[in-house]
Design a protein around this ligand. Structure first.
Ligand code: CUA
Length: 187
């Protein structure tokens, strides 16, 4: 049989437990907010682990992104490296040719302002920032054609800035690569 005093004690215990849980949940929220704040500030203030730079003023004169070095190259390990640049208002090369079923490394940068590079039907979507190299891995399952529009407003000719990616059969690419060191499908 419960008495008045028992009732009072029970209520006091319940209130104490409730308070403990309330404090615990506030602490959890506090820790999560603290973590989010730390990560946000850390990412915004610390440089990325790996940043590659390029000089847009000398891009065409020397180094990796001179015109003769742009296009697709078959590497010794069987992978393909594609080098391309964006400028107002085109991509060079305008048409990129790559093999299917092959690991591809896309290396791009901008010669002037910020452009965007998007390859339709893939998850490739990057900004081309002058002064920085954007490197992305791609792999195409099957031959086909993909449009490659500039997806970042870059000036008056932005909507006319389009490229194309032509994915060909692996054997066909090997044949092309045997004849030339840098490949494009620009006619
Ligand atoms: Cu280049 Cu928009």
């Amino acid at each position: 049989m419960t008495t008045e005093t028992d009732h009072g004690v029970g209520e006091a215990v319940a209130a104490r437990i409730e308070r403990r849980w309330a404090i615990l949940s506030i602490v959890i929220v506090g820790v999560l907010v603290g973590m989010a704040t730390f990560i946000g500030i850390h990412q915004a203030t610390m440089p990325q682990g790996r940043v590659e730079t390029s000089d847009p003023r000398t891009l065409h004169l020397s180094g990796e992104f001179v015109e003769s070095n742009l296009g697709s190259t078959l590497e010794a390990d069987g992978s393909v490296t594609v080098r391309a640049i964006g400028q107002q208002y085109s991509f060079t090369p305008q048409c990129i040719v790559v093999p299917a079923e092959t690991p591809i490394t896309l290396r791009t940068t901008s010669a002037d302002v910020v452009h965007g590079l998007l390859i339709e039907g893939t998850n490739i979507n990057t900004m081309l920032v002058p002064g920085y190299v954007a490197e992305l891995p791609i792999r195409f399952k099957a031959p086909g054609e993909h449009v490659m529009p500039c997806q970042e407003f870059c000036g008056i000719g932005h909507q006319g800035m389009w490229g194309k990616v032509k994915v060909v059969d692996k054997a066909a690419f090997a044949k092309l690569a045997a004849a030339r060191r840098r490949l494009t499908c620009v006619d």
